[in-house]
Every structure is written in C-alpha cells, then in structure tokens.
Design a protein around this ligand. Sequence first.
Ligand code: SF4
Length: 359
Amino acid sequence: MDTLWLRPPQTTRRDFLKIAGASLALLGLSQALTPRVVKALESTSGKPAVIWLEGQDCCGCTESFLNNLEPPAVSLLLDTISLRYHETAMTASGYQAEEARDATIAEGGYILVIEGSIPLADDGLYCTVGGKTFRDIVAETAQNAAAIICVGACATYGGIPAAGPTDAVGYLFRGTRKHHYYDDIVGEKPVINLPTCPLHNERLVAVIVHYLTFGTVPPLDAFNRPLAFYGTLQHDNCERRGHFDGGRFLTDWGDPAQRGWCLYLKGCRGPWAKQDCWKRLWNTRTSYCIASNTPCIGCSEPEFYETFSPLYKRQFDLEVPGLGRVDIDKIMVTLAGITAAGVGIDMLISRMQEGGKES
Ligand code: SF4
C-alpha cells in the first residue's frame, strides 16, 4: 500500500515522545504513561489501517489536519498508522485507489474517518465517487470498521450542507431531521465525534493515539464528543468574560475604546459552545476566533450552522439558572443607568435572581 503515497522523512523517536506527551496532556492522562504510548506508536506490526472518506464538504478538515507541523501530519499518518485511502492525500486515483479501499474493507478492523455530510436528497446523487453515492460508500465502508471518527461539523451534525437543498445529514441530527441514517449502518461500533469547523488536528491525533495505546476510545459526552476536548464552555473560560460581567459589549468594530470588549452583541455563541479552543488555539497554537476579534460561531454544537445562522447576529437571550431566559436588552438599559455605581452584569443578574424577577 505504501506505493500509493509520497513518502516524507520518517518520524523520529523524539517526534514520538512529543506526540505522546502532547496527547496525554490533551486527554488529561498521566505523563507516566509516556513509555506505553511511545511503544504503541513505535510498533510497526500493529499499525491500524485507516480509511478516510470525504463527502459533502469543503476539504477544510483535511487541510487542517495536513497542515499539522509538529510533528508533520503526513509523517505521523504514515509511520503510526497505515492510511489506506484518502482521496485528497493519496497519489493513486481511479481503479487503483478504489481497489485499495475494497482490499482494506475485506480485511476489516480498520478505523474509518468520515469528513463531510451525506446528501440524501435525490437518492444521494449530489455526491458520488467512483460511480457510487457517498451514502452507499459510507454504508459499505462502515460495515467492517472497528471504530468510526466523524471529523468536523459536517460529518458530525450535517454542518453547512445541512442548511442547503441536498438534505445533508451527519452522524447526529436535530429538529425535524429524523433520518437516523447512521443507526442502520453503524450498529454497536464506537463512534467518536470531533466537531468544529474545521477539525482541530490535535484532537484527532490524541484520539488515534488513545486508540493505538489502549485499544479503546476516550470518555465521551452525550454527543459522542471526547470530554477532554468538549467538556468546558467557551464563555466560562473566555478572556473577555470580565467585560461581559461588567456589561461592556462591543457594538462598533471601529471604536478603539471597545477593543477587547465582549462580543455577545455581535452574535458570539460562546455561552453555548463547549470546546477547548480557548486553550487549544489554532494554527500551531497561534490564535483562535475570539482572540482574533471574531465571535465564536458555535461550530462545536449541533445548532451549527442552520440554527445559529446568521452567525454575526445576536439571536438568543441567556438562560440564567433559577431565572430562565434573560432579555439582554433590558439588562443593557438597566446597566446604562447603574454602571456608574459600579454594578456589573454579574451583580445585576444575582440581584435579579434574589428578587426572582427581571429588572
Ligand atoms: Fe467571551 Fe463570547 Fe462569552 Fe463574551 S459572550 S465573554 S466574547 S464567550
């Protein structure tokens, strides 16, 4: 199978140590497990086969993953796993490529990575590869898989394609989308969802490392997302939270006085978004949406994209425990009169909770 790929420099032991340390930290596991992880990564006999499928998507998750620099993702993929099929990354095409996928399916026991949603309208004809619909390709490839990893919002929830006319679905569905298409084809197989748009490569590396080392998937939440990456709320960890609590909301991007203020009124979905972007950061730990002065678009959540659209507009009022929905406009009006007295939004909300009524 290796002849199907351009071969990059081999991953060194130093690289493996780095991957092991970073993955254990990511998963919240003890660094004492490093030797075990390195041993699993260095093993040449037990490299699991991986098939990576792409359906209705923009290829952004693949781009995100292949841009991994430390270590280079392609080295990692070729030296720690046996990547048998990936339409974008492999040099083979046509029958040779499809034969590689067929042979791997026949062997069984591989990891199936799914990127992109499945269009169901018109018998799935909006996305076909090698003369087969993506719907049929997923069904056929999922059958003998040992585990399935859905990468990105499209494969997980339907994402942006689900808001379009192709009746696109991901592994999880919301609202009136009752297809439950995956139920029939996945059965009892473990499914790990790694949403966000695009995939964060460190999350996928850590899940694969976990599987290689322990033969199991890490603890998951109700949406099959690893708790280690999706267990915290952006809003509770945001560097702008002090401005939210103080009632300082950005309304004018051009006003230098508002730099760094809370982006809630600009449509920030941070109060609903469970992820660890605030500490994970993107582009080799350079920045992330809110640090770049852009509201969180909630791409880790099932509401992304259709329900959260339009993205840069406030849609929802906040749910406050014991108080229900709080009208932020009323709070803003009230704050305008009392911030001079040093009362912030957090204090105002607790006063409202104590009074049991909205101000
Ligand atoms: Fe941060 Fe958004 Fe919460 Fe404001 S609303 S504190 S910008 S997560």
